[in-house]
Design a binder for this molecule. Structure first.
Ligand code: SF4
Length: 439
């Protein structure tokens, strides 16, 4: 047993889980391959948040049946949000799958691989770190969610909120930095609710404070925040701590109070807008991202228009939009008829995306001529790419190896989705540094 194939779909949390499983498998001597046919161990890390994602998982799982039937010694595992606490139905439907593992619970697979390679993995693996050697790394700090938004399946699959202790997170980030990681993104479904379930009740601001002291770490981000948990203390920590990026992902989901109530989001449009004002007055030059669900049950054209008005009024740096799709098991599926037609949902999402493109064209054009601090991630198709503190994607050319460096770039060209620029060399970079830090 010496190779593995790992396929992942879904959110950053799923990607982080996959990175950690890959890290454990590589620690046990397996190497990654790009085709399931070449692998001894095949893992699909699934997502069921939207119908499209679930369909792709089912397609992949079904396509693996002939391979597994021809090669019964291959180990096949399904992990992630498709695997709930009760697995009888999945086992009946996919009897050729060896392991069904709920999110982050991959110990059964590691036991099996440990048997295959002749080691007791939990004796020597220690904290499971991601396999990736990337400049930026996701670090889950909470699993689960204590809220019950009516459209969401996650609390049923990832369970109640469980925060990792501060010392454990700090230790993990120190290990990552020792391996060359420069930026960490702390992950949680409601990341700003961090800590209330821990004995001494630290909060996200306390954790940011500790991480900010780690030598060699350049940047810290966190996502996803929920409007009801984003406290003044967290905002002040973002404003004060030099490594914490001025970048907040704050899903609003809809701009109309009745829709928000049906979603059980626990805030009103006005609550959200005053929170945005508070963030902007506390954290200058903050970049704000949001998520929107289009065509939620009962959403009228006027209610959708209120969402568009909110997006225009706030001027987000990024809007992730998705059409509502029924998720069996959720409150919305049980209680709210999916009554916005697919054609109308498509029309609305197109309108929203066009608005966002127009707003971002204007917003990004304002960066032209400015100096921005960029953490360089990698070279792709001959060009370096990295991100600003506000998470803008930036491309530039340079013959030197810049991976992992913080550089200053003067923006020469903009589009709604990225910035292009020229590297500013060191002396000039120092002079521009003060300008760049907050962009
Ligand atoms: S806050 Fe709502 S949408 Fe986010 S994970 Fe929890 S239940 Fe789902």
């Amino acid at each position: 047993m010496d190779s593995y194939y790992l396929w992942t779909i879904g959110c950053q949390m799923n990607q982080a889980d996959s990175d950690r499983l890959a890290g454990a498998l590589e620690h046990m001597g397996l190497h990654s391959v790009t085709q399931p046919e070449q692998a001894d161990v095949i893992v699909l890390n699934s997502c069921v948040v939207r119908q499209g994602a679930e369909d792709r998982v089912v397609g992949s799982l079904t396509s693996l049946k002939p391979l597994k039937t021809r090669n019964p010694d291959k180990v096949l595992a399904l992990m992630g949000c498709m695997v709930g606490p009760k697995q009888d139905e999945l086992k009946a439907k996919y009897p050729y799958v060896d392991f069904f593992m709920p999110p982050q619970q991959f110990a059964p697979l590691l036991d099996r691989v440990g048997d295959g390679v002749g080691v007791e993995w939990d004796d020597y693996l220690g904290p499971i770190l991601p396999a990736t050697r990337a400049v930026s790394c996701h670090v889950p700090i909470i699993k689960g969610c204590d809220l019950m938004c009516t459209f969401c399946i996650i609390p049923y699959r990832r369970g109640r909120q469980v925060s990792r202790p501060v010392d454990e997170v700090v230790h993990e980030v120190e290990l990552l930095v020792a391996r060359g990681v420069k930026e960490v993104t702390l992950l949680g479904q409601t990341v700003d609710a961090y800590g209330y379930d821990l004995a001494d009740q630290p909060d996200l601001a306390d954790l940011l404070e500790r991480l900010n002291d780690i030598d060699g770490l350049a940047r810290i981000r966190f996502l996803t925040s929920h409007p009801i948990f984003l406290s003044k203390k967290i905002m002040e920590a973002v404003a004060r701590l030099d490594k914490v990026c001025e970048h907040i992902n704050l899903p609003v989901q809809a701009g109309d109070d009745q829709v928000l109530e049906r979603m059980r989001r626990r805030y009103t449009r006005n609550d959200y807008l005053s929170l945005i004002d508070d963030i902007r007055s506390t954290v200058p030059n903050v970049a704000l991202n949001t998520d929107i669900i289009v065509g939620f049950p009962g959403e009228t054209a006027q209610q959708f228009q209120r969402t568009l008005d909110l997006i225009e009024g706030v001027g987000f740096d990024k809007v992730h939009s998705a059409m509502y799709s029924e998720r069996p098991g959720t409150i919305a599926h049980r209680q709210l008829p999916d009554d916005v037609s697919p054609e109308e949902k498509s029309r609305r999402i197109k309108e929203l995306d066009q608005l966002q493109e127009k707003l971002l064209t204007r917003r990004n054009a304002s960066f032209k001529g400015q100096h921005v601090e960029v953490l360089v991630e990698e070279r792709k198709k001959g060009r370096w790419q990295g991100r600003t503190r506000g998470d803008k994607l930036v491309f530039f050319d340079d013959p030197e190896d810049r991976a992992g460096q913080l550089v200053t770039v003067v923006v020469t060209k903009t589009s709604p989705w990225s910035l292009q620029g020229e590297l500013v060399h060191s002396e000039l970079a120092k002079a521009a540094d003060n300008v760049a830090r907050r962009l």
